[in-house]
Design a protein around this ligand. Structure first.
Ligand code: FPP
Length: 248
C-alpha cells in the first residue's frame, strides 16, 4: 500500500475511460492491435490493484456504441481480445472474490462473446468483493433514452404515475441500477472529454485526466490519481463551512 494514501478516503466507485492504446502503438511503429493487447495487461493490473485496495466498484469503458464504426479488422480483434480476457480472468476473479458485470447493449455483441460474458457473470454471481463492470457497446445517451422509453411504457400501461418519475425511479431504470454513482473518473491519454460515458451517473464525480496512455498506466499512476482525489474537497453543491458539520 502506498503510505501517502488514506485507505478510508479511497473512491467507493472508480470509473475509467481507457484511452490511448492506438497512440501508444503508433509511437512505437506497432499495429494498433498491439496497443490493445498491451491495454489488456493494464486492465489485469488495475483490476487486481483496485480489488486489493478494497475499491467497491470498478467500471471500465471497454467498447463504446460508436466503436463499431472502427475498421472491421480492429473491431474483430477487440472482440477476440475481450473474449480471451473474460475467459482467462474468470479464475482470478474467483480467487479475488470479484463479481463480474456488463453494461451496454449486449445484443450487439457477437454470440460467442456474449456466451463467455454470461458464463463469467453466472460463475462470479455469489462473490461479494469488488464489482467489476465492463461497459460494452455502451452509450450513455442511448441508455438515458432507453430508460425514458421504459418509464413512458410503464406510464402508458397504467403501472406508473408521471409524478412517480423521480431521480430514484430514473436511476433504477439505467443499466447501472443498484450501483452507486462513480466518485472518481479517470481518463488516460490527455483527452479531456466524457465521450458519452455515464453522463447521468457522473453528475458529482471528480474528474482526473492524465497524459499517460492506457498501456503505460500502472499502479503508481493509479496511486497518483487517488492522491489527487484525496486532496479534493467534494462539496455536492454545499459550502466548505457546511461540510465541516457533515460526516463523510
Ligand atoms: C482506447 O484506445 C481503447 C479502446 C477503444 C478500447 C479499450 C480496450 C482495451 C483496453 C482492451 C480490451 C478490453 C478489455 C477489458 C479486455 P484507442 O484505440 O481509442 O486509442 P487512440 O485514441 O490512441 O487511437
Amino acid at each position: 500500500m502506498d503510505h501517502s494514501l488514506d485507505p478510508k478516503k479511497l473512491p467507493k466507485h472508480l470509473a475509467v475511460i481507457m484511452d490511448g492504446n492506438g497512440r501508444w502503438a503508433k509511437q512505437r511503429m506497432l499495429r494498433r492491435i498491439v496497443g490493445h493487447q498491451k491495454g489488456v495487461e493494464t486492465v489485469r493490473v488495475i483490476v487486481e490493484e483496485c480489488s486489493r485496495l478494497g475499491i467497491g466498484y470498478l467500471t471500465l469503458f471497454a467498447f463504446s456504441a460508436e466503436n463499431w464504426l472502427r475498421p472491421k479488422t480492429e473491431v474483430k480483434a477487440l472482440m477476440a481480445l475481450l473474449k480471451q480476457y473474460i475467459r482467462s480472468e474468470t479464475t482470478r476473479m474467483m480467487q479475488n472474490n470479484i463479481r463480474f458485470n456488463v453494461i451496454g447493449n449486449r445484443a450487439d455483441l457477437p454470440e460467442d462473446v456474449n456466451r463467455e460474458i454470461q458464463a463469467t457473470i453466472d460463475k462470479t454471481a455469489a462473490n461479494d468483493g469488488m464489482l467489476l463492470t465492463l461497459a460494452l457497446s455502451y452509450g450513455s445517451r442511448q441508455e438515458i433514452v432507453a430508460a425514458a422509453r421504459r418509464l413512458a411504457g410503464e406510464v402508458a400501461a397504467g403501472r406508473l404515475a408521471p409524478e412517480e418519475i423521480d431521480e430514484n425511479a430514473f436511476t433504477g431504470t439505467l443499466f447501472t441500477a443498484g450501483i452507486p454513482d462513480p466518485d472518481l473518473l479517470i481518463r488516460t491519454s490527455g483527452e479531456m472529454r466524457i465521450s458519452n460515458f455515464l453522463l447521468w451517473q457522473l453528475a458529482y464525480a471528480e474528474l482526473y485526466f492524465t497524459e499517460v496512455n492506457w498501456p503505460d498506466f500502472d499502479k503508481h499512476e493509479l496511486a497518483r490519481a487517488f492522491r489527487d482525489y484525496q486532496s479534493r474537497e467534494r462539496r455536492f453543491g454545499m459550502t466548505s463551512e457546511q461540510l465541516v458539520d457533515t460526516p463523510s
